[in-house]
Design a protein around this ligand. Structure first.
Ligand SMILES: [Zn+2]
Ligand SMILES: [Zn+2]
Length: 152
């Protein structure tokens, strides 16, 4: 992320135009919609997935808390360390909820959630949830743990 990006999150919003969705990624990119296509990384409208009202509500709830933590971390102020610790905690609320959402959504389409990683730290080699080695044969990012629905 460049400094400019912090002032223009809206410019990055484009809807996924892929003919077929194969994989969904739940990730907070500082926009209103955390549902993204895992191949083009653009936003996927919840209607396209035929999500239920309950599912949308759960996504909104998770996203609001996850985004709040992420913003506290980005702010690099008094709450940075607290936020990072929570973002990295596999048993913490936002990671638990994201995983539950990904599992539920995977009934329709394989869904993974983006796991927080501070680019200043060494690249993770193992899944933060189960501790198994990450599958690094991904076209972008560091790796994937399919059983845990984690992408990083
Ligand atoms: Zn796409
Ligand atoms: Zn795992």
């Amino acid at each position: 992320m460049t400094t400019y990006d912090k002032l223009r999150p809206w410019a990055a919003i484009e809807a996924c135009q892929c003919e077929r969705l194969t994989e969904i990624l739940l990730v907070d990119l500082l926009t209103d919609n955390p549902i993204h296509c895992a191949s083009c990384r653009r936003e996927v409208d919840p209607e396209r997935l035929q999500l239920t009202d309950n599912e949308v509500e759960s996504i909104v709830r998770w996203h609001s808390a996850a985004s709040a933590l992420y913003r506290l971390w980005l702010d690099s102020g008094e709450y940075e360390d607290y936020a990072k610790q929570k973002l990295l905690d596999p048993g913490g609320q936002i990671n638990r909820q994201a995983r539950e959402l990904a599992i539920a959504m995977s009934i329709r389409l394989p869904t993974r959630f983006w796991y927080f990683h501070d680019a200043d730290d060494a690249d993770p080699t193992h899944c933060p949830v189960c501790g198994e080695q990450l599958d690094t044969t991904v076209d972008w990012g560091i790796g994937i743990c399919r059983p845990c629905h984690v992408r990083i």
